[in-house]
Design a protein around this ligand. Structure first.
Ligand code: 13P
Length: 264
């Protein structure tokens, strides 16, 4: 089974419509269509519609950064996955900034994952321990709880299509930005896959794409993308810089291309 390497740009609450369009033009000039790499942009929700009209869909796909778990109703200020389904292929769900700043619980994240799948949108489920949880030796328990609860309303077939991004909170540039070691990351990526295998079987575990996120840059990407079992990266601040981001995509292409050649 050939899995495409997934490189996701999370622009967070940066870039208005005009700035987003400028960045996309620069990315267009620097990123080519790759058979082995899928590039996903997650701009502000405001920008999704205009960007969807100007994007080359052979090169870029779109993701929402969040949405409400309900399909419609009296929820002032909210946007539903139902409203987004014509616009995006992916949705980031359960990012640590939402868990920490917006008090999203394990159950909120589970309901959002289910709502995304119900609307034909692939969830990019973010999991990761805080600095304190890491110091307390709670990483495995935290990851296990976040993964099992978030996926608990999906069938094994639905789980095969899910993307999980391991983002240790302490490694995110705006939360401390400690550079995580690839050997430490590999242990957690393996744990995520084992958790899925135990609950839903080996086939689901093998199909799930597991990404790494946290201070991924042009410099750190080669080490992270070379981890056995790492299917891509979720990039924050470096994705706002076209040189950095296109160089990360290039690293992914070279690594996946090399692998393809080795395996014939
Ligand atoms: P940085 O790449 O800025 O560390 O952010 C990671 C992140 O939160 C992506 O979702």
């Amino acid at each position: 089974m050939i899995k495409k390497t997934l490189i996701v740009a999370n622009w967070k609450m940066h870039l208005n419509t005009h700035e987003s369009s400028l960045l996309v033009k620069r990315l267009h000039d620097h990123i080519k269509q790759h058979r082995t790499v899928e590039v996903v942009l997650a701009p502000s929700v405001l920008v999704l519609q205009p960007l969807s009209l100007e994007l080359d869909r052979r090169v870029f796909r779109l993701a929402a950064q969040d949405a409400n778990a309900k399909d419609e109703g009296a929820y002032t200020g909210e946007v539903s996955f139902t409203m987004l389904r014509e616009l995006v292929q992916y949705a980031i769900i359960g990012h640590s900034e939402r868990r920490i700043y917006f008090a999203e619980t394990l159950e909120t994240v589970r309901d959002k994952v289910q709502a995304a799948v119900r609307n034909g949108i692939t969830p990019i489920l973010c999991v990761g321990e805080t600095h304190q949880e890491r110091v307390n030796g709670e990483t495995s328990r935290v990851i296990h709880d976040q993964v099992t609860t978030a996926l608990s309303n999906l069938t094994p077939e639905e789980i095969e299509d899910v993307v999980i991004a391991y983002e240790p909170v302490w490694a995110i540039s705006t939360f401390g930005g400690e550079i995580a070691k690839p050997t430490d990351i590999k242990k957690v990526l393996d744990l995520i896959r084992k958790t899925i295998a135990d609950l839903y079987g080996d086939q689901s575990a093998q199909h799930v794409r597991v990404l790494y996120g946290g201070s991924v840059s042009a410099d750190t990407a080669p080490g992270y993308l070379a981890i056995d079992g790492c299917d891509g990266a979720l990039v924050g601040s470096a994705s706002l810089n076209y040189k950095q981001f296109s160089s990360i995509v290039d690293v992914a292409y070279r690594l996946s291309h090399g692998e393809e050649e080795i395996h014939g």
